[in-house]
Write a protein that binds this ligand. Structure first.
Ligand code: ADP
Length: 209
């Protein structure tokens, strides 16, 4: 994150004189305590400073990049998941290809009548099926999909970094976010390589270190 001149000055003061009260920091800067309050809140929330009641503010000793890493490690799936694009098991390969184009995704999740996960269709799964001789309208996707229980899933409370590692280790492009129900694993979202790329770009552009 980018700090203002005043916030940098506050860190310097706390480094030199901490633990120090908000009142004393304000005095050193010839500002009121009220003016300083938002800056102190930001610096505390971001982890540069810590505050102890009746003691004051002190410097945590953490650098910007350490704090950013800590922040990224806490990212949860639910903060970043997108809506899943699903098809029913009985849908034809032809219709699944159309859905993939229309929805502009690279992975489709296959579900049963309870919206529960039964399979996954990647671009290559559909390509492979298409280079055969079959009539794509008459082949249902459940014939060619990767099926349960061999599907890597995640849950909304999982850490995003763990899901990113699964994408790399399993060499797949997308992972469904599921919720446990009596009928099975209900598909409620998706995390894909694009999700992770977007997070990376947002971190660099909105939140420069
Ligand atoms: P592509 O095949 O287009 O490169 P992937 O790398 O995602 O896309 O898929 C590779 C294979 O892994 C495909 O056969 C696909 O069905 C399967 N697959 C994709 N996602 C998952 C997943 N979450 N769990 C298990 N297998 C998957």
């Amino acid at each position: 994150m980018e700090l203002s001149k005043r916030q940098e000055r506050i860190i310097e003061i706390v480094k030199e004189a901490g633990p120090i009260t908000g009142e004393n920091i304000a005095e050193k800067l010839s500002l009121t305590r009220a003016t300083l309050r938002p800056d102190l809140a930001i610096l505390t929330m971001a982890g540069f400073l810590d505050a102890r009641p009746r003691v004051g503010y002190f410097f945590t000793g953490k650098t910007g990049s350490e704090l950013l890493t800590e922040q990224i490690k806490k990212f949860k799936v639910q903060q970043f998941q997108h809506v899943p694009i699903v098809v029913k098991e009985s849908v034809s390969v032809y219709d699944a290809i159309s859905t993939m184009f229309l929805e502009d995704v690279g992975t489709l999740f296959v579900v049963d009548d309870h919206s529960c996960l039964t399979g996954v269709l990647s671009r290559k799964d559909l390509l492979r099926a298409s280079i055969g001789q079959q009539d794509l309208n008459s082949v249902p996707v459940h014939i060619i999909m990767t099926r349960m229980p061999n599907i890597t899933v995640c849950r909304k409370e999982d850490l995003l970094i763990d899901v990113a590692m699964k994408l790399i280790n399993k060499q797949i492009d997308g992972i469904p976010v599921v919720r446990d129900t009596e009928a099975g694993l209900e598909v409620i979202g998706r995390i894909t390589k694009t999700t992770i790329t977007k997070v990376f770009v947002e971190l660099i552009t909105n939140d420069q270190v």
